[in-house]
Design a protein around this ligand. Structure first.
Ligand SMILES: NC(=O)c1ccc[n+]([C@@H]2O[C@H](COP(=O)([O-])OP(=O)(O)OC[C@H]3O[C@@H](n4cnc5c(N)ncnc54)[C@H](O)[C@@H]3O)[C@@H](O)[C@H]2O)c1
Length: 282
């Protein structure tokens, strides 16, 4: 059966074919060409099979988001498939999954290289979305250091003293700082490279969203997460489908004036921390 005879389609490129990423793509990619990139061949096979069986047009590409060359090859492949109208980056590791070095290399530098690479191939009118985290709001970085970081090219970020001396102290610091960097990376791109291509880019900072990654966090620090959920205004965790709904807005035609900004979707966790209703341990 040939389900779809259209050849010229907008391309939706997803880096990190995990829980949130696939929910976002499913929400926006009907009638478009999907390019899934992930380090796991198994994940790519499972997810692309699910998409095909649901009527989506999908291709896959092994990508290691720890390697600049691999990310650039992924962006090139996306551009060869057609006009790249959407780029979504959800490749990441959480504090209880990885060392500080791995988190800095993947969540911070890998995201930076992806934003840089897609800043060379996005089509005019296109939109990008980086999945950051509520953790980005948990470690206030002094303004002068943020200014230095926002103006540092990706390949030089790891040399900044703040990254070497603070971010690499432990996986928690690495994650909070890397996720805040994602906001700054989107801001810089929105103002420079993506602006030149007339494409928009934003971030979403999710709170606790139940996915396999979140289960690794619950297994390591269940009591801490329970206390955080209990103290939040919503008193519950979130779902990937809720993130997908907000993503569809940010990537879509009703958000063309939304650019270089972050949307925090955390059920009120950061509000409870900022007002000292909840005290973050450590
Ligand atoms: N789940 C949560 O509670 C939560 C909350 C806030 C932020 N986040 C962030 O959201 C993003 C997506 O998380 P998720 O919960 O959907 O996780 P997930 O584990 O389902 O998805 C992550 C995907 O990234 C891929 N990946 C890992 N390393 C890679 C690499 N080197 N190269 C290419 N791909 C790689 C994994 O194979 C996986 O498919 C992550 O950046 C995470 O930090 C998650």
């Amino acid at each position: 059966m040939i389900f779809d005879r259209n050849n010229e389609k907008a391309v939706v490129a997803l880096l990190g074919a995990g829980s949130m990423g696939t929910a976002i793509v499913r929400r926006i990619a009907a009638g478009k060409k999907i390019l899934l990139g992930d380090i796991s061949q198994k994940a790519l096979e499972r997810v692309s099979d699910n998409f095909r069986r649901s009527g989506y047009d999908v291709e896959t590409c092994i990508v290691n988001a720890l390697e600049k060359d691999s990310i650039e090859a992924f962006a090139k492949k996306a551009a060869e498939l057609g006009p790249v109208m959407y780029f979504i980056d959800t490749a990441g590791a959480s504090p209880n999954q990885a060392s500080p070095e791995h988190i800095v290399n993947l969540d911070m530098l890998g995201t930076g290289y992806a934003v840089d690479a897609f800043g060379k191939v996005m089509a005019a009118g296109g939109a990008g979305l980086i999945i950051s985290s509520q953790a980005a709001y948990m470690y206030p970085i002094p303004n002068e250091i943020e200014l230095q970081l926002v103006n540092t090219p990706t390949e030089k970020l790891a040399e900044v003293p703040f990254i070497k001396e603070v971010a690499l102290q432990n996986s928690g610091f690495a994650y909070m700082i890397a996720k805040r960097l994602n906001h700054l990376q989107a801001q810089r791109a929105a103002a420079t490279t993506w602006r030149e291509r007339r494409a928009r880019i934003n971030t979403i900072s999710p709170g606790v969203i139940v996915t396999p990654l979140a289960y690794d966090e619950f297994n390591a620090n269940g009591a801490g997460y329970q206390a955080m959920i209990d103290a939040s205004a919503s008193r519950r965790v979130g779902t990937s489908d809720e993130i997908a709904e907000a993503s569809a807005f940010l990537l879509g035609e009703h958000a063309t004036f939304v650019n270089g900004t972050d949307l925090l979707i955390d059920g009120g966790v950061i509000a409870s921390i900022r007002t000292r209703e909840f005290k973050l341990q450590g």
